[in-house]
Design a protein around this ligand. Structure first.
Ligand SMILES: NC(=O)c1ccc[n+]([C@@H]2O[C@H](COP(=O)([O-])OP(=O)(O)OC[C@H]3O[C@@H](n4cnc5c(N)ncnc54)[C@H](O)[C@@H]3O)[C@@H](O)[C@H]2O)c1
Length: 264
């Protein structure tokens, strides 16, 4: 029996194509999302195509979520975690964004680490915005958070949802760097993907709220937004033997925008 792939945010713009790609590999899937209805719809679609799919509807930031996820996984060996669930600035307050995007991610990774089979991989999702932090003191605060030196700095700087988002995603990149040793010791890898502007419900909502974002989208060297499947294909590659020496790092999948801004 091949080992399971867990996809969080599975009902979302990136999660769906990720699930479809691993279903096409004939991997058993455990799909999670807070939106139970959309989750069940897409699970039903995948099952119709012959996929082996189980689901867990719930909030990844709930304290009981990691335990529920482990219960759902049961004794099945784990091949990969593709963790796309997240909140963007128009969706919540700064503290909730930090909770969902960073603290829940940290708990999820810790809970699943012992469950991977050798050769397994965790793929987290950061953001291009993690590279747009102007103040070195903010970057230092993220470093302190990830190093377990407390969250005072982060809480001081996360004064609005935009900063909460940016700091949470920078912390995800730090988490991947921190956890690479523990993963490596067990023959596992952990990486993150930093998407640029990807055409999903999330980015459409953000673009409506920010003229600056629309201006930046127009500067993307590839001249268009990315698709959810262009993130899914990289996630699939990162879990493949072709990426066997890739760990502890953040992979930009941004159509060249960070390079153009000379911030990448
Ligand atoms: N779309 C972009 O341009 C873009 C750019 C940079 C980074 N990202 C990141 O990529 C990831 C995926 O984004 P997307 O564009 O697919 O967004 P999306 O909104 O289409 O999908 C996100 C999914 O996560 C689920 N979710 C949200 N909060 C949750 C929670 N607390 N518990 C469980 N599930 C939850 C949502 O229901 C949704 O189905 C996010 O982490 C996002 O921050 C997106």
């Amino acid at each position: 029996m091949s080992a399971t792939v867990i996809v969080t945010g599975a009902a979302g713009g990136m999660g769906r194509p990720v699930a479809a790609r691993f279903a096409a590999q004939d991997r058993p899937l455990l799909l999670c999302d807070v939106n139970a209805e959309r989750l069940e719809d897409m699970a039903a679609e995948l099952r119709e195509g012959g996929a082996r799919v189980s689901t867990l509807a719930g909030d990844i930031a709930a304290p009981e979520f990691p335990g529920q996820l482990l219960d759902s996984l049961g004794d099945a060996p784990l091949f990969a975690l593709i963790h796309t669930a997240g909140l963007s600035p128009t969706m919540a307050e700064a503290q909730r964004i930090l909770e969902v995007n960073y603290f829940a991610t940290e708990r999820l990774v810790a809970a699943l680490l012992p469950r991977f089979e050798e050769g397994g991989c965790a793929v987290l999702v950061s953001s291009m915005s993690a590279y747009l932090i102007p103040d070195p003191a903010m970057i230092a605060a993220v470093g302190d958070l990830v190093a377990g030196k407390g969250r005072d700095g982060i809480d001081r700087f996360a004064t609005d949802p935009g900063m909460g988002y940016t700091l949470s995603k920078r912390a995800v990149i730090g988490l991947v760097g921190r956890e690479a040793a523990a993963f490596g010791a067990r023959g596992l890898r952990i990486v993150s993907i930093a998407p640029g502007f990807i055409d999903t419900e999330m980015s459409r909502a953000e673009a409506k709220a920010s003229e600056q974002m629309v201006r930046m989208m127009g500067m993307t060297p590839l001249g268009r937004q990315g698709t959810g499947d262009e993130i899914a294909s990289v996630a699939e590659f990162l879990c493949s033997p072709g990426a066997s020496y890739v760990s502890g790092c953040d992979i930009k999948v941004d159509g060249g925008i960070l390079g153009r801004l000379a911030l990448g």
